[in-house]
Design a binder for this molecule. Structure first.
Ligand SMILES: CC(=O)N[C@H]1[C@@H](OP(=O)(O)OP(=O)(O)OC[C@H]2O[C@@H](n3ccc(=O)[nH]c3=O)[C@H](O)[C@@H]2O)O[C@H](CO)[C@@H](O)[C@@H]1O[C@H](C)C(=O)N[C@@H](C)C(=O)N[C@H](CCC(=O)N[C@@H](CCC[C@@H](N)C(=O)O)C(=O)O)C(=O)O
Ligand SMILES: Nc1ncnc2c1ncn2[C@@H]1O[C@H](COP(=O)(O)OP(=O)(O)OP(=O)(O)O)[C@@H](O)[C@H]1O
Ligand SMILES: C[C@@H](N)C(=O)N[C@H](C)C(=O)O
Length: 418
């Protein structure tokens, strides 16, 4: 089947699904192959659950009149998404960066949707499957799209740009994240700036943080808009960031000064699209982060700053610096291993121990195989070891920062701290 014909089927409901556990009525089910399952095997189940058609790539699973056999279902999904993107013809803002992509995307979305019908990446669906799903979630009513692009190796952002064809792009920052796949910090810069190179090629516009020398240097000579912090200042930082924008105080629900560039991007992009000052203010006040991304959780005797969604050396250090400035009688940082650091893993974990423990934080608890190799004084090799310790020696009356990589799932500590 030609992509135009598939597009006609898609246009009946504008719904595509890839998981029979979450099928929506009338959707087209794309049978993908993953680490654990062959999606083709779920084609008949998808139809039973209400899918209208299934795109499959194995002949054995054909069902007359209901399956569309293609060479590669994933490729078909990506091509359909790109076709849709072209048909929509709307402005698309592409976002990448080492830290803060999801938060920045949500803030921009929050601002733009005050005056536009805006579509944006759901949660963190930012890879070679997530970006097509994001684009296909936009409908003919969508006026602006915001697409988050994640990567852990070279050429991935280039590939995602070819699918999403962003008209605008913003790189939040270049940090020490996914060092293993990118091949060090220089590799991160090269890989992330594939977004700039895409924009340059098509004469599209980069948003640039003027305080980030790398961003300024790498976008030299191309069409760009500098984020303007002229009317923005920090009023206070704790417990949540309070800023002043054009002399109006804005009480956000965001923790940590590291969120300031994220806010600045949302303001500048909002201003570019003509969002009023009042709407920008309301949108920033309304946004509350979720999914363990720097959330404050009140327990009986302890207060927790839960930042357990992910971790890397750049974001961990910023989180510690922020935490060190908080006024509390007893401050405890529980840090879990940082993943995907490759050959730099040992030195980066040691460096966090060295730099972190110099800060104004009363107690450090390190957990995970990498931190266990450092010379930290309180360390546990596994979550189970830490759990046993906390059951016998509960933490009381403290402010506790919890940060670690996704694989450490340190939100499990919530049940162990009261
Ligand atoms: C392929 C897929 O979507 N898998 C999801 C599935 O995983 P599961 O293990 O259950 O199945 P398989 O992958 O083996 O299955 C193949 C297909 O079969 C379907 N299926 C399975 C069982 C069943 O009963 N019915 C079925 O229909 C299945 O749905 C598959 O289509 O479910 C998991 C739980 O919901 C999902 O987690 C899993 O999703 C994978 C991981 C995925 O890639 N999802 C994307 C939509 C996505 O964008 N996910 C983001 C995370 C993106 C991310 O990690 N980004 C990184 C940077 C990018 C790195 C990139 N190189 C990469 O490797 O991804 C970042 O740092 O931000 C998310 O979920 O948050
Ligand atoms: N601008 C920033 N600079 C450094 N760290 C940040 C910044 N913004 C957020 N963080 C940190 O990163 C954590 C995750 O935020 P967010 O999910 O927005 O990042 P992300 O880049 O989207 O990550 P992922 O791609 O894994 O979803 C936050 O809880 C915070 O600790
Ligand atoms: C969860 C994924 N998006 C991510 O950020 N991974 C890194 C390695 C982490 O979990 O810290």
């Amino acid at each position: 089947m030609e992509i135009q014909d598939l597009y006609q089927l898609y246009q009946k409901t504008y719904l595509v699904d890839t998981d029979t556990r979450k099928i929506r009525k009338g959707s087209i089910f794309f049978a993908l192959k993953g680490e654990n399952f062959n999606g083709n095997k779920f084609a008949s189940q998808a139809l039973e659950k209400g899918a209208s058609y299934c795109v499959i790539d194995e002949k054995d699973f054909e069902i007359a009149g209901k399956t569309i056999l293609v060479e590669d279902s994933l490729k078909a999904l990506q091509e359909l998404a790109n076709y849709h993107r072209k048909e929509l013809g709307i402005p698309i803002v592409g976002l990448t960066g080492s830290n803060g992509k999801t938060t920045t995307k949500e803030l921009i979305h929050s601002v733009l949707k005050t005056q536009f019908n805006t579509g944006a990446t759901l949660g963190n669906l930012n890879n070679h499957i997530g970006v097509p799903l994001t684009l296909l979630s936009f409908t003919k009513e969508t006026e602006i799209g915001i697409v988050e692009m994640g990567a852990n190796h070279q050429k991935e952002i280039e590939f995602l740009c070819d699918i999403a064809e962003p008209d605008y792009g913003y790189i939040t920052n270049f940090g020490k994240a996914h060092l293993e796949g990118f091949g060090g910090v220089e590799g991160v810069i090269k890989g992330k700036s594939e977004l700039y190179r895409y924009l340059l090629k098509d004469n599209k516009t980069a948003f640039v943080n003027p305080k980030d020398d790398k961003q300024v240097e790498l976008t030299e000579g191309q069409q760009r808009i500098f984020l303007s912090s002229d009317h923005l200042s920090v009023v206070s930082t704790h417990p949540y960031l309070k800023i002043s924008y054009k002399n109006t105080p804005i009480q956000t629900h965001l923790v940590g000064e590291y969120n300031l560039p994220n806010i600045l991007a949302a303001i500048s992009i909002g201003e570019h699209f003509g969002i009023s000052e009042e709407n920008i203010q309301k949108a920033l006040e309304r946004y509350i982060s979720n999914n363990n991304r720097s959330q404050i959780v009140e327990k009986n005797s302890n207060k927790i700053l839960l930042d357990a969604y992910n971790a890397n050396p750049s974001s961990t250090l910023l989180a510690l610096e922020n935490f060190s400035k908080v006024d509390a009688s007893s401050k405890v940082a529980i840090l879990g291993d940082m993943f995907e650091l490759g050959v730099d893993a040992d030195s980066e974990h040691q460096s966090i121990v060295d730099q972190g423990t110099k800060l104004n934080i009363d107690r450090f608890i390190f957990v995970g195989a990498h931190y266990f190799e450092t010379n930290a004084s309180e360390k546990y090799q596994s979550f189970e070891d830490l759990k046993s310790h906390l059951i016998d020696h509960p933490i009381h009356d403290s402010f506790i920062l919890i940060k670690g990589s996704r694989g450490m799932a340190l939100e499990r500590l919530l049940d162990l701290i009261n």
